[in-house]
Design a protein around this ligand. Sequence first.
Ligand code: PLP
Length: 496
Amino acid sequence: MTHNTPPHAGLTGGPVYLDYNATTPVDPRVAEAMLPHLTRFFGNPSSDYRYSVEPRSALAHARAQVAALIGARADEIVFTASGSEADLFALRGAVLASGRRRPHVITQVTEHPAVLESCRALQRLHNARVTLLPVDGDGLVDPAALTEALDEDTVLVSIMAANNETGALQPIGELAARTRAHGALFHCDAAQTAGKIPLDVTALGVDLLTLVGHKMYAPKGVAALYVRDGVRLEPVVYGGGQERGLRAGTENVAFAVALGAAAQLAADELAGGAAVRIEALRDDLHRRLADGLPGRVRLNGPRQERLPNTLNISIDGVAGHRLLAAARAVAASTGSACHSGAHTPSPVLTAMGLDAGRALGAVRLSLGRWTTGDDIAKAATALTDAASARAGATASDRDSTPRDAGITVDGTGLLCVTLLLKLRDRIQGAAPGTVVHIIATDPVAPLDLPAWCHMTGHHYLGPVPGDDRPVYAVRLASSERRTRPDRPWHRYESGH
Ligand SMILES: Cc1ncc(COP(=O)(O)O)c(C=O)c1O
C-alpha cells in the first residue's frame, strides 16, 4: 500500500507520534477547507441576506459529508462542540424524552468517562437506574448479558464501537439488534471508530451515534451526533432552534466545514485502503517489539476484533510510564493515570481482569495518517532499547508505586461498606503518609470517603482530576482510628 500523504508540519522534527487515539493533527486539507469561513464568510447561516448564502450552503454540505461517512441522511446529523457533549446529548436526551419515572440505562464498564459520568449524572439528577455490563478478558461485552439486563424500564443502551485504550471492537450489530428488539434505543460512541474503519448506521442498526472531529483530523471542539429519523430526544441546549431545535446556538460553520472535509477525506482514504496500510504497520511494530523483547510483550485486548491502528501492550519488567519516559523518541500514552506522582492502573484494563502490575505496564501505541515505515522502525528500536535497559529495574518500579495504588472496587450497586472493608484490608501495613488512590470502577458506587476519613483519621484529599473514571485520593494517617465508640465506621457508612 503506498503512502502519498506529504509530511505534516506539526510532526516534523519531533518524536514519532503514536498517540492518534488521544488526538490527531489537523489535516492541512481540512484547515484549508475551513479557512475561508474564518477569513471571509462570516454571515449567520440563519439570516436572509447575501452574507448568509455561503455559510448556509457550506453548513448543509458539511452535514451531508458527515452523514455520508456513516451511511446516514444529512438531516440526521446534529453538530456539537465535543464528543463528550454528543454523548451527554444522546444519553440525557433519550432518558428525558422517555418520560419514564424511573428510566433504566444500560452501558458497560470500559466506556469513556463521557458516557459513564453522564450516566452518573442521570442517576443523580434524573432518577435513572444504571446497569454496567462487565467485559471479558478482551474487553468485550457478552450479548447474552445484555439480553439479561434489559427490562421493562430500559430506555437506552449505550455501548462504544471501539475502546480508546485497547481498540477492542464491540459486537455492535448484535447488541443493537437485541436492544431494538426489546423496544429500547441504542447509542454507540464511535469517537474512536469513525474514519478508522467503515461504519454504516443502517447496517449496524443503531439509533444514535457519536463521532468526534479531533480523532479524525479535524480540530478539537467539533463533533456530531447521528439521530436516526423518528428518534425523539430532549434538546441538549435550549434557545434559538438551530440544529432542528435540538442544539441551540449559532452554528460554528468553520468547524462544521472542517468536520465535513475530514469526513470526506476519511471516506476517500478508507476506500483507498488506508486501514490496511495502517494495520500492516501496527502489526510490524508489534512483531519488532516481540522479536526485540522475547517473551516479554503481552497484548492487551483482542487480537482480531480490534481497530487497525491500536496496539496496547504490557512489557514485562517495566512500568509503562517509565518505559515512555526512557523512550524519548516516541510520543505515546500509558493506560495509567498519574496523580500527585502516584500511578494508578487504567480502569479499562482493570475491568478486563488484568492485575495491577500488568495494567501499570501498559502502553498504548496508536498509529495514524502520517505514520510511516521509518517511524515504526525508529519507535520499535527506541522502545526495545528502553525496555532492555529497564529490565533490571523491576523492583524499583514496583517500589515507587504506592503499595495500594491499585485499589479498585468493582460491581454494580456496590454498598459503601463493601468498598470500605476492601479498602481497609488493602491499606493494612501501608506507611503513614502514603497517598492511596481509589478508583470506582462502578461510577455509580455511592462512595462516601470524606465521612470514612473523618471517622478513621485519614486525610481525604478529594477527587483527582483525570479523564478516566472517578479517582479519589486519601493520605493515610499514622494509625487508623478503627471505630468511634458510638458508631463503628462501617455502620456509619452503610447508613449513607
Ligand atoms: C471513546 C471516546 N468517547 C468520547 C470522547 C470525548 O471526545 P471529546 O474529547 O471531543 O469530548 C473520546 C475522547 O477521548 C473518546 O475516546
